[in-house]
Write a protein that binds this ligand. Sequence first.
Ligand code: FAD
Length: 486
Amino acid sequence: MGKPTGFQEFNRELPAKTPVTERVKNYNEFVHAYSDEKLNQQSARCMNCGIPFCHSGCPLGNIIPEFNDAVYRKKWEEAYNILSSTNNFPEFTGRICPAPCESACVLGINKPAVAIEEIEKHIIEIAYSKNLVKPTAPLVKTGKSVAVVGSGPAGLAAAAQLSKAGHAVTVYERDDRAGGLLRYGIPDFKLEKWVIDRRLEVMEKDGVEFKYNTEVGKDISADEIVRNNDAVIIAGGSTIPRNLNIPGRELKGIYFAMDFLKQQNKRVSNIEVTAEDILATGKDVIVIGGGDTGSDCVGTSNRQGARSIKQFEVMMQPPVQRTEHMPWPTYPMVLKTTSSHEEGADRYWGINTEEFLGDEDGNLRAIRVNEVSWELDVMGRPIKFNKVEGSEREIPCQRIFLAMGFLNPQYEGMIESLGIELDPRKNVKATEGAYRTSVSKVFAAGDMRRGQSLVVWAISEGREAARKVDEFLMGHSLLESKDAVN
Ligand code: FAD
């Protein structure tokens, strides 16, 4: 690689962050950029490891040693070309990916892994600043049309690839803007929304057409979309949240995390919030659920000025806490420590919620919980929890955000009307690698097929499904496949 001794000379360093006291005053991203010298040093840490496991650790098959080498040599166009050959949206993954590539980094065996995610973000930001990010659609079109339903990372990646293959692409989105959970789930302090808009501009120049406020299966019939196109990719996400049907659920003050997060993302973007305001300001907040959604509720509650924030998780505390140099959480993966926790929240593990308690006006006033102990299987994995007798307690609170994951896609509308088969987990049935559903011409990608997952997997599925559609339409495909990399 660029500097064979780099991994011995330089320690892993991440860019500085805005101090907590400052960053909680707004919703801006708070991770700064490397200096030129630091970026050069960090890329030099990628060693000539022989078998770069980072390739297969990344769901996109990113060709990491090669782009690190190009960064070290300051060959920005080369670095961008390598990175964009496997990843349509490094500006998203470079900000919010949990970076499975870093946990696969060979250097990580005895030193902190190469800071791959940050290097990726720098490559794409430099590429934009040097005007290297250009439309990729060919001048000669295939004459085929493809509809993509859903504009989350899976739908956007599919659309970008299909357009690159020369097909006419229309993206249908029920929301008023594109991005899916990037837009209306993930808060601005993790991903500012101009980053999505900048990418959409490139895609629009590429000829991708976006139809907003259009729910397929409601505002426009799903049959019509299938009839009028040569192929369809459905990428509607996994949007039905897991509920907690215990006594008191009807009380005022208990909300699904997504209702809370979506409102705040709209406020930050100056988009009108039409529903009743859901705010944590001045309240004692309890977040139930320990994943990304839960920690985004913590960060948002802090910024709204909550009086106190507690986060409950029924799982046990993981044996090793995630640190910034050990980016992949240890088992169980749901219990991540994120930058939102640095900003302040009391975390409790092994807590089960029994009941929500209200006052005479039907407002939430407290939660009754108990502690649990877990039975483990032979591998040490938790299989069943039991209540710890006598551990019940009541905790005052006026806001609860339910962040316990998502069950499945919405069936009502598109899936029901097309009669698409579901898999045993109740997601859309379409095997990984083929992405074809039970309905002719209809393919599926992202959380709708895979179940709730990660942005990097959504992009990967969108790309791979686009390639399968291209093969279906043309008999072969020149689009890149991650299988060619690994
Ligand atoms: P989505 O992003 O859900 O997009 C689906 C889109 O389809 C939506 O815009 C929806 O409106 C639209 N749609 C659905 N049905 C229809 C229809 N019938 N007609 C028209 N449009 C339709 N992952 C990470 O890697 N890092 C993180 O930090 C992270 N943080 C997260 C934080 C939160 C709060 C949440 C909820 C998830 C987070 N994730 C994170 C997970 C990640 O966002 C998802 O895995 C990813 O967005 C899934 O992409 P997708 O394209 O499959 O679906």
